[in-house]
Design a protein around this ligand. Structure first.
Ligand code: FPP
Length: 252
């Protein structure tokens, strides 16, 4: 299939925000008799392809789970390799993303990342802040529970300072303190690698998100695989707790 064919969505219902857990790098490498870090390297290449595809389709927001708060418990050697990969990816990818009008944000607790990477994250955000193309979130050191906790702490502090009353904290107010504040909640969640879990990704924001799981290992995920996920999404009927089309007809 040609690239332009692969990138044609099956119909016009596109998500506004796609959130992806890029799982399966280690198994991809193992299956080829290669070390795990080679899988992460191949995973970074797949991420580039998917970012480009998502941008070309005009989907406004893409969030990639690059490193979870739990990933700090991986062996030191693997963490070191991953940090090196992030350094290289930032150096090579950020100028290209900027050229293509992509806005880059990093979500998560960056305080445990090496100092130079923290600086690079800030620089990439500043450089691309005014871009109006795809908004790319890289979740790094991110955990959904951490996100809710830091929002709750922020709200508690405002109460302690006498700036708001406890009853002022509603869903909208707490939502404004979460990492995805100001962005649409993910419409489509994709997890590669065969596991059927959310694994502490955007816990608050995934409340009504359509979930899509595929056995495809992340380094093999490409424009065709993305197209299959988008086609599946376009067939879902989203009810957000309501009765939906059929329910409404049967009540009429
Ligand atoms: C999960 O696969 C993957 C990660 C923990 C790292 C994800 C990082 C990348 C894809 C590369 C960097 C991407 C960007 C956007 C800079 P796993 O190691 O858990 O795989 P396994 O389940 O097969 O062991």
């Amino acid at each position: 299939m040609s690239q332009s064919e692969a990138e044609k969505p099956s119909n016009s219902i596109l998500p506004r925000h796609v959130a992806i857990i890029m799982d399966g790098n280690g198994r991809w490498a193992k299956g080829r008799g290669r070390p795990r870090h080679m899988g992460h390297q191949a995973g970074a290449q797949a991420a580039e392809v998917v970012i480009e595809s998502v941008a070309r389709r005009g989907i406004p927001v893409l969030s990639l789970f690059a490193f979870s708060s739990e990933n700090w418990s991986r062996p030191q050697g693997e963490i070191r390799r991953l940090m090196d990969l992030f350094r290289r990816a930032m150096k090579q990818a950020v100028p290209k993303l900027h050229e293509n009008g992509v806005r880059v944000s990093f979500l998560g607790d960056r305080s445990r990342f090496p100092e130079d990477l923290q600086v690079k994250m800030g620089e990439a955000e500043q450089l691309t802040a005014a871009n109006s193309g795809l908004h790319l979130n890289i979740a790094a050191g991110y955990g959904g529970r951490w996100d809710i906790l830091q929002a709750a702490r922020g709200a508690a502090q405002e109460v302690a300072d006498g700036r708001i009353r406890p009853e002022d904290i509603d869903e909208a107010a707490l939502g404004r303190k979460l990492s995805l504040s100001g962005l649409p909640a993910p419409d489509l969640f994709i997890r590669t690698g065969g596991e059927r879990r959310i694994s502490n990704y955007f816990l608050w924001d995934l409340a009504y998100t359509e979930l899509y799981f595929t056995d495809c290992l992340w380094p093999d995920f490409d424009a065709d695989a993305l197209n299959a996920a988008l086609a599946d999404f376009s067939e879902r009927e989203r009810r957000f707790g309501g009765v939906g089309r059929e329910g409404a007809e049967s009540l009429a």
